[in-house]
Design a protein around this ligand. Structure first.
Ligand SMILES: NC(=O)c1ccc[n+]([C@@H]2O[C@H](COP(=O)([O-])OP(=O)(O)OC[C@H]3O[C@@H](n4cnc5c(N)ncnc54)[C@H](OP(=O)(O)O)[C@@H]3O)[C@@H](O)[C@H]2O)c1
Length: 310
């Protein structure tokens, strides 16, 4: 199991810019950074919807467009580290340009701003299986962005770490909670695309611990860190487990590939795009870590019942 020991570069008094900090991972990370005495700047398009973040000591919400170079420059100038959590699972359109903008173009701007302001550290959130040759727009653009982040470190002035989690669980997650919402509307049978797809769900607290370790030590500099929980599951097992927790027993009906493609094609036109052909393509790769990779310690079964059971 990976454990991160206490470390020598305290965060007290440091200013950290947390791009995408108003999301699920951002909430957990902001809380821990604030508790460590850091000042945390969170630019967001929707400050009114995440007002609770202001209650965390040290957190400052800024209504801003993170794509604006002047905004990025100001954030970078006042920060000893920038963390980029911005990411999307689905784009508005269908041609990959939305993924490219959120993942690659924003990352290019963040790197340029860090370099121009002389910010010493950039922590970048990628994803397990991110790869420029990957099967989906999501994985290809995540891979391209991650490569650019590591290339930016080559002049020795910007220290970078990238993080490559499998699916992340914890209170407020959009994975188990989304399935719980869907399951509640199902009459007892759940038609599931790629029910045999594999995941190693990792606890958001462990992901946050990895980010803190990267800030408080220099041990992870230059690394691309795969983050997996202690056990692998199939998607079918995760849906069945979620159904048990919310006391809504059901049978998972694994869809054959042709039906999964049809389901994705229909669902990507529903409001909020709950599932898409791009998601289906990402599921073609197992989202699990290699044997040799140390696993993060927290078990799904230790946490999920606390927030999924009502
Ligand atoms: N959750 C997982 O299971 C998981 C697994 C692997 C990798 N990741 C990666 O981890 C990161 C954080 O995930 P999360 O679950 O915390 O995501 P999330 O809850 O959806 O939050 C994403 C954040 O990104 C920002 N964002 C998205 N699109 C944007 C755009 N076009 N312009 C400006 N801001 C934009 C949002 O900012 P606003 O506040 O302005 O809306 C939001 O705060 C993402 O990069 C994701 O790809 C997540």
């Amino acid at each position: 199991m990976a454990r991160f020991p206490q470390a020598p570069f305290p965060l007290t008094g440091q200013t950290i810019s947390l791009l995408g900090g108003a999301g699920f991972v951002g909430h957990a990370l902001a809380a821990r950074l604030g508790a460590r005495g850091a000042r945390v700047l969170i630019p967001t398009r929707r400050p009114e919807q995440v007002r609770e973040l202001k209650l965390i000591p040290g957190v400052q919400l800024i209504e801003a467009d993170v794509f604006d170079p002047a905004t990025l420059e100001r954030l970078c100038q006042s920060s000893s580290a920038v963390i980029n959590l911005v990411g999307i699972l689905n784009e508005r359109g269908h041609d990959g340009s939305g993924f490219r903008r959120a993942h690659v173009e924003l990352t290019e701007r963040v790197i340029a701003a860090c370099q121009s302001a002389g910010t010493p550290r950039l922590l970048h959130m990628s994803a397990l299986n991110a790869d420029e040759q990957g099967p989906s727009h999501y994985l290809r653009t995540k891979g391209e962005a991650e490569r650019k982040v590591h290339a930016a470190a080559s002049n020795g002035k910007l220290a970078v770490v990238s993080f490559r989690p499998s699916v992340i669980f914890g209170p407020g997650d959009s994975f188990l909670n989304r399935f719980a919402g869907l399951i509640r509307r199902m009459p007892g049978v759940f038609p599931l695309a790629r029910a045999d797809a594999r995941f190693a769900p990792v606890y958001v607290g462990d992901v946050v611990a990895a980010f803190l370790h990267a800030l408080e030590t220099r041990e992870l500099e230059g690394q691309a860190l795969d983050l997996c929980g202690p056990r692998d599951y199939t998607l079918g097992e995760l849906v069945t487990y979620t159904a048990q927790l919310i006391d809504h027993p059901l049978t998972v009906l694994p869809l054959p590939d042709w039906a999964a493609r049809m389901q994705a094609r229909v669902m990507e036109y529903l409001p909020g795009k709950p599932f898409s052909r791009d998601n289906l393509a990402s599921l073609s790769l197992p989202s699990v870590c290699p044997e040799a990779c140390p696993r993060q310690p927290t078990a799904l079964e230790a946490i999920a019942p606390r927030y999924l059971r009502r």
